[in-house]
Design a binder for this molecule. Structure first.
Ligand SMILES: C[S@@+](CC[C@H](N)C(=O)[O-])C[C@H]1O[C@@H](n2cnc3c(N)ncnc32)[C@H](O)[C@@H]1O
Length: 257
């Protein structure tokens, strides 16, 4: 489990800095489709993405449960931040026009209560935008890391908290269905074989946490035997989906646009 209070001072740079935030905010904006009114950014962290969502005619509110992260967000967003938990949002039912969740669901043992709270907060016709399948973003076709990890990822996909299949099913239980999707590039965030070993050992990779220890050990051995141990593989392409009560939008999917 990551302690975001400790992480706050180094978070932005260690997660791709301003270029990641810019790409993420542009992708979120494509799915918000110019939503006006109130946009609630749940788990806003340091506000590095949140601040880019401000527009004339739109109020952006950030909520996060880490005082350390929120202190930085507060300096960026002034008063528009609230300390709070994503499972008990400090907003009235049906009161916000859009909910944004960037890089939260993959951290949670059970994302369903967070999606339920997001859905509760939304007004009828509002939109909930969330990242999904975060860890899969690194496994581009033809990457040797993708091949070595493929069997475990396939067998334990159903345990990955932010699996798009699970997120869409939970959303449906709360009256939301997919209306659009997009993606954004993690420029410079490609990972090397060695960089996977630490999070696997720390129990931070869901398709390993639930697997038999012997299979995890075998994957670690294979990762350690790959060439160019410290050479990053191709940059990830992170997925975002929009869930709403409306009809699916007809615009084409624009990967990394
Ligand atoms: C990976 S960071 C993402 C921050 C931000 N969305 C971004 O993209 O830069 C995850 C954030 O989720 C927050 N968080 C984790 N669990 C939470 C919860 N149950 N309620 C509110 N915030 C939470 C953490 O404090 C942290 O700031």
């Amino acid at each position: 489990v990551i302690d975001y209070n400790e992480e706050a001072g180094t978070y932005d740079e260690s997660r791709g800095g301003e270029s990641r935030a810019e790409a993420a905010a542009e992708a979120v904006e494509r799915l918000l489709a110019d939503a006006a009114g109130t946009v609630l950014d749940i788990a806003c962290g340091t506000g590095i993405v949140t601040r880019r969502l401000r527009r004339p005619g739109r109020t952006v509110l950030g909520v996060d449960r880490s005082p350390g992260m929120l202190a930085l967000a507060s300096s960026r967003l002034l008063s528009a931040v609230v300390l709070g938990d994503a499972t008990r949002l400090p907003v009235r039912t049906g009161s916000v026009d859009a909910v944004v969740l960037v890089w939260l669901l993959h951290l949670l043992p059970d994302p369903e209560p967070v999606l339920a709270e997001g859905a509760r907060s939304l007004r009828p016709g509002g939109v909930l935008v969330t990242t999904v399948d975060k860890d899969d973003a690194y496994f581009v076709p033809d990457s040797d890391i993708a091949k070595v990890t493929a069997p475990l990822r396939r067998d334990y996909a159903a345990r990955v908290p932010d699996s798009s299949v699970r997120v869409k099913a939970w959303a449906a239980d709360h009256g939301l269905r997919p209306v659009a999707e997009t993606s954004f590039p993690g420029t410079g965030q490609g990972r090397s074989p060695r960089s996977w070993l630490r999070p696997i050992a720390a129990g931070r990779i869901p398709w390993c946490t639930h697997a038999e220890p012997e299979r995890v050990a075998e994957v670690c051995r294979e990762l350690a035997e790959l060439p160019d141990q410290d050479a990053p593989r191709p940059d990830p392409l992170y997925r975002l989906i929009a869930l709403g009560t409306g009809r699916p939008r007809t615009q084409p999917h624009r990967p990394g646009a």
